[in-house]
Design a protein around this ligand. Structure first.
Ligand code: SF4
Length: 257
């Protein structure tokens, strides 16, 4: 048994054709260093991975206990999943869940920043201070918060409450929608894709992608757009980190770890 494991491990260690896997010089340099040090990277593992053909076509669904259901891209409409989902709906569900996951990750980052920001403003966190007051005032004014003649702490608390809506708002347009170029916003409104709050959009995408709910891939893609916009425009709350840590530092990323 030990010999078999060793054989498999040895097989995995075949040389990576570095110039073929990336044209990026820095990445090539990193991969050469990894090779010298005997370190395996995701690129080694990717080169060694034979993709599941049904998964590669996004024709497999395991969103409920009646599956997994396997359809075939060679005969895409020959059958449906047990719940009646066509290959179009299965592929769109799979994509939608990736959008939900990416948005959740970015949103949770922004929310963690906001937790720290609230802690600093309320005086519970002493290790950080508001370093760049001008940036904080710029962000607050951009969101329509009155700043004239007000204490910075008071403005910061209003800013916190406004930014919190980016995540928790259940109705209306996400706060940063007021920064979207007017013609673009008009198009989004026409298409019905202006996000509400990120949590609401992620929740809805998870609901829609559940068995027996949304059976129209166009609806699904629409919800993907709304969720992706909540990610892009909601993730902008990391700008409060610039007010906290200063504009040029990477501290707003470091403080999460
Ligand atoms: S949601 Fe439908 S297609 Fe997916 S596993 Fe369940 S029954 Fe199969």
């Amino acid at each position: 048994m030990a010999e078999e494991v060793k054989e498999v491990t040895e097989k995995k260690k075949k040389e990576l054709p570095i110039a073929e896997v990336t044209t990026c010089k820095s990445t090539q340099q990193m991969l050469r260093k990894a090779a010298e040090d005997g370190v395996e990277t995701a690129m080694h593992r990717a080169a060694d991975m034979k993709a599941c053909p049904i998964g590669a076509d996004s024709a497999c669904c395991k969103h409920c206990a009646m599956g997994p259901c396997r359809l075939s891209s060679k005969d895409p409409y020959g059958k449906t999943g047990v719940c009646g989902a066509s290959i179009d709906i299965i592929a769109s569900r799979n994509f939608a869940r990736m959008v939900a996951c990416g948005t959740a990750a970015h949103t949770d980052h922004g929310m963690t920043m906001l937790d720290v920001f609230r802690g600093v403003v309320q005086g519970e966190i002493k290790d950080y201070q508001i370093k760049d007051e001008q940036k904080l005032l710029d962000v607050a004014e951009g969101l329509g918060i009155e700043t004239e003649g007000r204490a910075i702490k008071e403005i910061a608390m209003d800013l916190y409450e406004e930014l919190e809506r980016t995540y928790t708002q259940v109705e209306g347009e996400i706060p940063y929608a007021n920064r979207v170029p007017p013609k673009t916003l008009e198009k989004w409104r026409e298409a019905g894709i202006v996000p509400r709050g990120a949590m609401r959009e992620i929740m809805e995408i998870m609901h829609r992608t559940h068995m027996g709910v949304d059976q129209d891939y166009e609806n699904m893609v629409k919800q993907c757009s709304r969720t992706a916009l909540a990610d892009g425009w909601g993730g902008s709350t990391s700008r409060c980190g610039h007010g906290l840590f200063g504009r040029e530092t990477g501290e707003h990323h470091r403080q999460r770890s």
